[in-house]
Design a protein around this ligand. Sequence first.
Ligand SMILES: [Zn+2]
Ligand SMILES: [Zn+2]
Length: 162
Amino acid sequence: MHAGCVICDEVFMPNIEVSATPCGHIFHTTCVSQWFERSATCPQCRFSGKMELLRLYFAESKNENNQVDADTLQCNLDNAQFPVSLKEKELKKLKEDVTKQKEISDKLRKEVIKLEKEHALQERQLSSMKAQLQVLSDAQQRSKDLRLERDTARAKLSSLQE
Ligand SMILES: [Zn+2]
Ligand SMILES: [Zn+2]
């Protein structure tokens, strides 16, 4: 809960001068003094009885809970930041892994392209060899045909000579 002054709408800070009205409401001393120069009723509840301001004084607490709270907060913050830095490390490592994997995959892709080129070259060489083979086999066939023709002609010739 934050207690505050309804006149200026600000939270009461430590070491600030505050005063209470007879109706029990608390305001900044300066705020409520200025208020009563213009109005005779309580700014909060409109109480209009005899207005006598009662100056209030806060005693400073020796309780060190606030300091402990700050330490606890800092500790909690450190604890919260620890996993964050751990996650950051993990993320960095993952990014490095991804970069490494990308390098490997790039290398492999280049290798594949190189192999594909070699394969295409081999295919061309093979088809050129096949074509040469075809030419040779055609020539062989023609020479066979010619031999056959020659033999037939020879046979015809010898039959005419008889
Ligand atoms: Zn005020
Ligand atoms: Zn009041």
